[in-house]
Design a protein around this ligand. Sequence first.
Ligand SMILES: [Zn+2]
Length: 175
Amino acid sequence: MKTCVKCGHKSEKNSEKNGKFFCRICSFFVPEDKKDFEEYSEEKVDGRILETFRKNFKPGENQKKGMVVKASQGFPMSRPPFGYKFVDGKLLMAENFREVEEIFEEFLITNISLTQLAKKHNFSVNGLKKILSNFTYIGKIKFNSQIHQGIHKPIISSTLFNHVQNKLERTGIKN
Ligand SMILES: [Zn+2]
């Protein structure tokens, strides 16, 4: 039996990619990019969330096109970002979604340090950086290093997001 490194699904049919085993769903979504691959393998998903998806999953070449839609519709590429939750395979706003906007605004408007802001909201500095640069919050999704329009609701405005990206670059946090 081979265990999928991402979701824990056990099957003889699991296939190997870059030295790691993936079930047929997880292997279908493996990113080409090496760095994305590492991140993808490390971010575990709950196998139970995948079960419904697994039943109706019929991979095929022409299905690749619909993959992006699928990603934002249902396939949990990773855990849902802070402020979102998965309900019946859909990415929906979670009860705490307002905190996302607070974090973005606080970072933009005040001079609070990244460390202080992270501490205040109970994140690691890296976790906070990921939040501040996560395209999911403006309704887009990153898939295989490309940004696509998602079908989920944005939590913050593009204007706020762009201002934050500028500040991240200006202050050398992101380059
Ligand atoms: Zn899997």
